[in-house]
Design a protein. Structure first.
Length: 242
């Protein structure tokens, strides 16, 4: 079970979270188009603090693919995570980034609002390396970071409909991640808001640790759909730490 933590904002957080054993350490990057976006230099300092085998995931909420490509080339994250709303950034745009950045894994956020989300997920088959179903307000230009869960039945159907590994997001924390894993059976789980310190966007390391432990404990005895195939695919996606 892959574990992923957002938004890491300081090098010391990144170092501690990688020591806990989190697989993907997420940094929100951008030119202050959205709240809490970090400039390139700060993101690079955080990335340098991560210790293998943890990998950096750089999240861009912008739909400006020229900016995404430019900054991704400079930052060189293991995973490029695209979080713009689907009407602003479509499969063709993601395919262009994949073609131009062939050494990076691409993760695409999927807004879970209705059964239409399943078709959105399918549209990224063969393009994205990971799909991340997340909670969404239809008026938002970005997907996620709401701190609320969504209809897990839809996310379960996404898992069953695609070959691409799915990392479930949306209001997950130490107290509900086990239920989410049993309900959705994803390849991985993501947490942002529920592993923050109260009243802050800084990470609560004890909550991160409990999230990791709960996710791993819940995986014992759970047979994931297409389990052998997904494990093989995830194994093939492993890349050197950047």
């Amino acid at each position: 079970m892959l574990t992923q933590i957002y938004e890491v904002s300081r090098p010391e957080e990144a170092r501690s979270i990688s020591q806990i054993g989190i697989d993907h350490i997420g940094i929100l990057v951008g030119k202050e188009e959205f709240p809490r976006e970090l400039p390139l230099q700060t993101a690079a300092e955080i990335a340098a603090a991560v210790r293998a085998p943890s990998k950096i995931s750089a999240l861009f909420l912008t739909a400006d693919i020229s900016l995404i490509e430019e900054w991704a080339r400079k930052l060189q994250p293991a995973i490029l995570h695209l979080g713009a709303a689907p009407e602003l950034l479509g499969p063709h745009d993601v395919a262009t980034l994949k073609r131009n950045l062939p050494d990076m894994l691409l993760m695409r956020s999927i807004p879970v609002v209705s059964e239409a989300s399943i078709e959105i997920a399918r549209s990224y088959e063969g393009i994205a390396d990971f799909l991340l179903p997340d909670s969404h307000r239809e008026s938002d230009r970005q997907i996620g970071a709401l701190g609320i869960t969504h209809d897990w039945a839809i996310s379960r159907r996404i898992v069953e409909a695609v070959r691409t590994p799915v990392i479930l997001a949306g209001g997950l924390g130490p107290d509900n991640v086990a239920d989410a894993i049993r309900a959705v059976r994803p390849a991985g789980v993501d947490s942002k808001t529920k592993t923050d310190r109260d009243g802050s966007h800084q990470k609560d390391l004890e909550r991160v640790r409990r999230f990791q432990e709960a996710a791993w404990a819940a995986t014992v005895g759970v047979v994931l759909p297409k389990d052998r195939r997904r494990r093989s695919e995830i194994g093939n996606l492993c890349v050197p730490h950047r």
